[in-house]
Ligand binder design. Structure first.
Ligand SMILES: C[S@@+](CC[C@H](N)C(=O)[O-])C[C@H]1O[C@@H](n2cnc3c(N)ncnc32)[C@H](O)[C@@H]1O
Length: 878
C-alpha cells in the first residue's frame, strides 16, 4: 500500500509506467530510448553500444532488443546493474579514468556506434546545483563518447534546460555533423530534461581538451549569475559579490576555480581596505573576516561608532544577514565622515546659517532673506495644513459615503459645542438655520475640518513632529485599511444583493419611494376651503404629489435652495376634529424660509401649531414628548384603562381624520437597527395578502389582536426594549446587517397558532398533484361542453312546432339527462371458462355485447401479478 502510494505521489503511475511493467522493462525511461530510436533509427544498425549511467538497465534492455544479435553492449553506472542477457555491465563513476579504462578493456580496439547517456546526478538538492552537475556529467559523457565513438557514430545524451544548455550545444556542434534536441513523448512535460541526439561524429584527430573542461565550457557562468532581482547579470565579476552580500542565503559554486596562487576558501582582510576602498559591497561579498591589525585599525576599535555589534559582524561575514551588512555599511560611512573622507550631509538650513556667519551681508539683504525664509516656511506650513485638512475631509466624506458615519458623528467626534449641531438641527432653529443657511452639512463639515485642522495644528505646534507624523501616518493607514475593508464588504454585499431578485424589487420600490418622498405640506392659500372638505388621506396624497412634482427634476441641493427661496407658509389649518369636535385655530409658522425641508416638516405638526417658533425651544426643554403635548390637560385626570382605550380610539381616529404624521427629521438620526423596515413591511404585507400569515409568531400575534387579548399599542410597546434605540453610529455595515438578521426578539408562540399553521400545511399537502388536478379539470370541462351541447339541442327542440308541449318537455328532459351524465365506459363481461364454457370457442350462450373469457388459472395469475405489483409499489414508497 505504502509503495503504491509513493508511486502515485510521484505521479509515476502513468501510461508508460504501466507499459514498462507490462513489457518487462526495468524503467519507464526505456520508452524514451524507444521513441528516440524510432525517430533517428540509430540502434538497428549499431554493432556496439555504450550506455553511460545505465542503471537499472531500461535503456540496456531496449538496446539489447533493437540492436542486431551478437552486438556488444556495455552498461556503466555508479550502482550495479542486474544482469541482462548479451549485456556487459559494471559499476563505476563515468567521470573517472577508472571507468574509461574499464570500457577500454571491455571494447578492446572496437569503436562504439552509439554512446548513450541518460545520467542524472544523485544530488537532489537545489535545482541550480542539479542542473550544473548534470551539465558537468554531460560533458564527461561526451568526453567518453569522443574517445570511444566511431566516425559517423551517434551520441545520445540528456541535458537540462538551464543556462548551460547553449554552451553544451555549441560544443556538440563542434564534434558532430548533426545535432538535434528533442523531447520524446514519454518524457514528462514537467521535467526540464531534453534529449540531444548528436549524429555523424566528426572524429577529429585532435580535440581541444577545453571542450571537455567545464571551467571553459561554462566559463561565463560566473558572469551570468542571477542578480538580486532574478535577472541575468552579465556584468563584471565584482557585481556577483554584491549579489552575495544582499542574498547571502544563496550559496554559489566557485565555477571559475581558484585564483592563481590562492588555494584557500577563507579570506581575511583588514578593516582599512573596507573603509578606504571604493567598492565596499564587493569587498563584503568576497571576504570572510575583517580584521583590525594595523595601528590605525586598532584605533578605530576604540571609536563609539565601532559598536560591539560591528566587531562581531566583522568576525564572520559569511553568516551575516542583510541587516548586519547594512550595519557595517553605516559604520563605514560614519568612520569615513570622522576621518574626513566623506562630508556630512548637512541640512540646507545649517549650511545657509554657516554662510550667513561667514559672509558679510548687507542688513537689508539679511532682512529680506529672513523674510523670504519665513515666507517660504509659512507657505510650506500652510500647504502641510491644507493637505492634512484635505485628508481629514476626504476621510470623513469617504466614511459618510460608506455610511460609517452620519453628519452627527462629525459633531460627536469634535466637542460638546459642535455636538449641538447634530441635535439642534431639529430643536434649535436659530442655530441650525444659521448653519444650514451657510450650506448645510457641507458647512458643518467645513467647520469640522477647520476645527480639526486647528486642533491638529495645535498638536503639531505642541508636540514632537516626528512622533505626530508617524502616529498620523499609522492612523491614516489604519483608517484607509478600514475603509478598504468596509468598501470591500459593501461591494460584496452589493454583489450578493444584485443577485437577489427580492433586492431588485426592493430597490425599485425604494427608488419610487424616494421619488415620492413627502417633503411636508406647503401652504396653498387658494385651496384652503377645498382642503377642509377633503379627507386627510386625499390631502396628504395631494401634497405628496405637489412635493413630488416640484422636486422630481431637481437634485437635493436645488431642493434646499427652493425651500429657502419659496415664500414661507403663513398659516396652517388643522383639519382633524378634536375630542370636542371643534376645529382648532390656525397656526402661524414664520421662519420656514430658513429651515430645511425636514425641519419644516417637523414643525408643521400641530404640536407646534399654537406656539411661536421662538418659543418652541423652551417648550422642548420642558416636555420630553412633543407629540403628547395636545393631550396634556386630559391626561392627569384619566386612569390607566382610559388611557389605553383612548390610545386605541386615537388610532382609529387617525385613520379617518387627517393628522400630520411627523416624518423622521433626518434619516441619519434614526437609531433603529432595521434600515429597510418600510420596504420589508411592504413586502411582508404583500406576502400576507398573497399567502396569509406564514409563521407561528405572526399567527400568534394576529390571534392575540383578533381575540382582543392585546391592543395594537401593547404589541408595539412590547416590541421595544432597552436595546431597541441603541445608536448605530460608528458601527460597521456588516455588523448592522448581521444584527438585522439575527438580533430579533423571541416572540412566544401559542399552541393554537401552531395547530392552525399545521392544519394549513396539511391542507396544502392534501392538495392533489398536478396530473390529478389536470384530469379533474379536463373532466369538468368536458361535462360543461356536454351540457352546453344538450342545451343547444333542447333549444332546438323547444323551437320546433311539430311537437306538443308535453313531448317537447320529455325530449328536453332526456337530452339534459344525457348531457349531465358522463360517458359510461362500455362494459366488458367476464366469462369464466368452466362448466359449459370450458374449452368453448366463439361467443358463449346468453352473453351479449363485449365479453372476455377467463379461466381460473388466468384469474389466479392475474391476481398474483396485481399482488406483486402492489407489494413492489409499497416497498418503493418506504
Ligand atoms: C535516470 S537513471 C538512468 C536510467 C537508465 N537510462 C535506464 O533506462 O534504466 C540515471 C542514472 O545515472 C547514474 N549516475 C549518476 N551520476 C553518475 C556517475 N557520475 N557515474 C555513473 N552513473 C551515474 C545514477 O546512478 C542513475 O542510475
Amino acid at each position: 500500500m505504502g509503495k503504491a502510494q509513493k508511486k502515485t505521489g510521484k505521479g509515476r503511475l502513468d501510461k508508460y509506467y504501466k507499459l514498462a511493467k507490462e513489457q518487462g522493462y526495468r524503467a519507464r525511461s526505456a520508452f524514451k530510448l524507444i521513441q528516440l530510436n524510432k525517430k533517428y533509427s540509430f540502434l538497428e544498425s549499431a554493432r556496439c553500444c555504450i550506455d553511460l549511467c545505465a542503471a537499472p538497465g531500461g535503456w540496456l534492455q531496449v538496446a539489447s532488443k533493437y540492436m542486431p544479435v551478437n552486438s556488444v553492449i556495455v552498461g556503466v553506472d555508479l550502482v550495479p546493474i542486474k544482469p541482462i542477457p548479451r549485456v556487459v555491465t559494471f559499476a563505476s563513476d563515468i567521470t573517472t579514468t577508472q571507468c574509461r579504462n574499464l570500457i577500454r578493456s571491455e571494447l578492446k580496439d572496437w569503436k562504439a556506434d552509439v554512446v548513450l547517456h541518460d545520467g542524472a546526478p544523485n544530488v537532489g538538492t537545489a535545482w541550480v546545483q542539479d542542473a550544473y552537475s548534470q551539465s558537468e556529467l554531460v560533458l564527461m559523457s561526451m568526453k567518453l563518447a569522443a574517445e570511444f565513438l566511431i566516425k559517423g557514430g551517434t551520441f545520445v545524451t540528456k541535458v537540462f534546460r538551464s543556462v548551460d544548455y547553449n554552451n553544451l550545444i555549441w560544443v556538440f556542434n563542434q564534434l558532430f555533423g548533426k545535432v538535434e534536441a528533442t523531447k520524446p513523448p514519454s518524457s514528462r512535460n514537467v521535467s526540464a530534461e531534453i534529449f540531444v541526439v548528436c549524429q555523424n561524429f566528426l572524429a577529429p584527430k585532435h580535440i581541444d581538451p577545453k571542450f571537455f573542461d567545464p571551467k571553459h565550457v561554462f566559463k561565463d557562468l560566473s558572469t551570468t549569475i542571477t542578480s538580486v532581482d532574478g535577472e541575468i547579470d552579465k556584468t563584471a565579476p565584482g557585481k556577483n559579490f554584491q549579489a552575495n552580500v544582499f542574498q547571502p542565503e544563496k550559496k554559489r559554486r566557485n565555477r571559475h576555480g581558484y585564483d592563481d596562487g590562492d588555494y584557500t576558501l577563507f579570506h581575511e582582510s583588514g578593516a582599512a581596505e573596507f573603509i578606504h576602498g571604493q567598492d565596499p559591497i564587493a569587498f563584503l561579498g568576497s571576504v570572510n573576516k575583517i580584521s583590525f591589525k594595523t595601528e590605525e585599525e586598532k584605533e578605530w576599535l576604540k571609536l563609539d561608532a565601532t559598536t560591539p555589534d560591528v566587531v562581531a559582524n566583522c568576525e564572520d561575514l559569511k553568516v551575516l544577514g542583510k541587516g548586519d551588512f547594512k550595519t557595517l555599511m553605516r559604520w563605514r560611512t560614519n568612520l569615513r565622515e570622522e576621518l574626513g573622507l566623506e562630508s556630512k550631509n548637512k541640512p540646507t538650513e545649517e549650511l545657509t546659517e554657516t554662510v550667513e556667519i561667514t559672509e558679510d551681508v548687507d542688513p537689508e539683504e539679511e532682512i529680506e532673506a529672513e523674510l523670504e525664509r519665513i515666507n517660504s516656511e509659512t507657505a510650506a506650513r500652510i500647504k502641510r495644513e491644507k493637505r492634512k485638512a484635505n485628508e481629514v475631509k476626504q476621510r470623513t466624506i469617504q466614511r459618510m459615503q460608506l455610511q460609517m458615519t452620519a453628519p452627527l458623528d462629525i459633531g460627536l467626534e469634535q466637542n460638546d459645542e459642535s455636538l449641538r449641531y447634530g441635535q439642534e438641527d431639529i430643536f434649535d432653529l436659530d442655530h441650525t438655520s444659521k448653519q444650514l443657511k451657510k450650506g448645510g452639512i457641507a458647512t458643518l463639515m467645513d467647520q469640522f475640518d477647520a476645527d480639526s485642522s486647528e486642533d491638529e495644528q495645535e498638536k503639531e505646534d505642541d508636540g514632537d513632529d516626528e512622533v505626530l507624523d508617524s502616529d498620523e501616518e499609522r492612523e491614516r493607514k489604519v483608517a484607509a485599511l478600514e475603509n478598504m475593508l468596509d468598501g470591500l464588504y459593501d461591494s460584496y454585499q452589493e454583489r450578493l444583493k444584485e443577485k437577489d431578485a427580492k433586492y431588485k424589487v426592493n430597490e425599485a420600490r425604494r427608488k419610487n419611494k424616494d421619488r415620492e418622498e413627502w417633503h411636508g405640506i406647503q401652504k396653498q392659500d387658494s385651496d384652503d376651503e377645498e382642503s377642509e372638505e377633503e379627507g386627510g388621506y386625499e390631502k396628504m396624497e395631494e401634497v405628496k404629489a405637489r412635493a413630488g412634482e416640484s422636486s422630481s427634476d431637481e437634485d437635493s441641493s436645488d431642493e434646499e435652495e427652493d425651500v429657502a427661496s419659496s415664500p414661507p407658509p403663513q398659516k396652517r389649518r388643522r383639519l382633524d376634529a378634536g375630542p370636542s369636535g371643534s376645529q382648532r385655530s390656525v397656526a402661524i409658522v414664520k421662519p420656514a424660509a430658513a429651515l430645511s425641508r425636514t425641519a419644516q416638516m417637523w414643525f408643521s405638526q400641530d404640536t407646534f401649531a399654537d406656539a411661536d417658533l421662538d418659543e418652541i425651544e423652551d417648550e422642548d426643554e420642558e416636555s420630553e414628548d412633543v407629540e403628547s403635548d395636545g393631550e396634556d390637560e386630559d391626561e392627569d385626570e384619566e386612569d390607566e384603562e382610559d388611557e389605553e382605550s383612548e390610545e386605541e380610539d386615537e388610532l382609529e381616529d387617525s385613520e379617518s381624520d387627517f393628522e400630520v404624521v411627523p416624518q423622521d427629521p433626518d434619516e441619519d438620526d434614526v437609531t433603529m437597527w432595521d434600515v429597510d423596515d418600510e420596504n420589508e413591511d411592504e413586502l411582508k404585507d404583500e406576502k400576507i395578502r398573497k399567502h396569509g400569515l406564514t409563521t407561528a409568531e405572526a399567527i400568534t400575534l394576529a390571534q392575540q389582536l383578533v381575540n382582543r387579548e392585546k391592543t395594537r399599542t401593547q404589541l408595539i410597546n412590547e416590541g421595544f426594549h432597552r436595546y431597541s434605540l441603541n445608536s448605530k453610529d460608528d458601527l460597521p455595515s456588516w455588523f448592522l446587517d448581521d444584527e438585522e438578521k439575527h438580533y430579533k426578539a423571541n416572540i412566544p408562540v401559542t399552541k393554537e397558532a401552531m395547530t392552525a399553521l399545521r392544519a394549513r400545511l396539511r391542507a396544502l399537502d392534501a392538495r392533489p398533484i398536478k396530473k390529478v388536478a389536470e384530469a379533474k379539470a379536463r373532466k369538468k370541462f368536458k361535462a360543461a361542453q356536454r351540457l352546453e351541447k344538450a342545451m343547444k339541442k333542447a333549444e332546438g327542440v323547444n323551437e320546433t312546432s311539430d311537437m306538443t308541449e308535453r313531448e317537447k318537455a320529455k325530449q328536453i328532459e332526456k337530452l339534459m339527462a344525457k348531457g349531465k351524465a358522463a360517458n359510461k365506459k362500455k362494459e366488458v363481461k367476464v366469462v369464466v371458462a368452466k362448466g359449459a364454457h370450458k374449452g368453448l370457442k366463439g361467443r358463449p350462450k346468453g352473453v351479449k355485447g363485449r365479453y372476455v373469457m377467463v379461466d381460473s388459472r388466468m384469474k389466479k395469475e392475474m391476481r398474483a401479478q396485481k399482488r406483486k405489483e402492489k407489494a413492489n409499489k409499497k416497498r418503493k414508497r418506504t
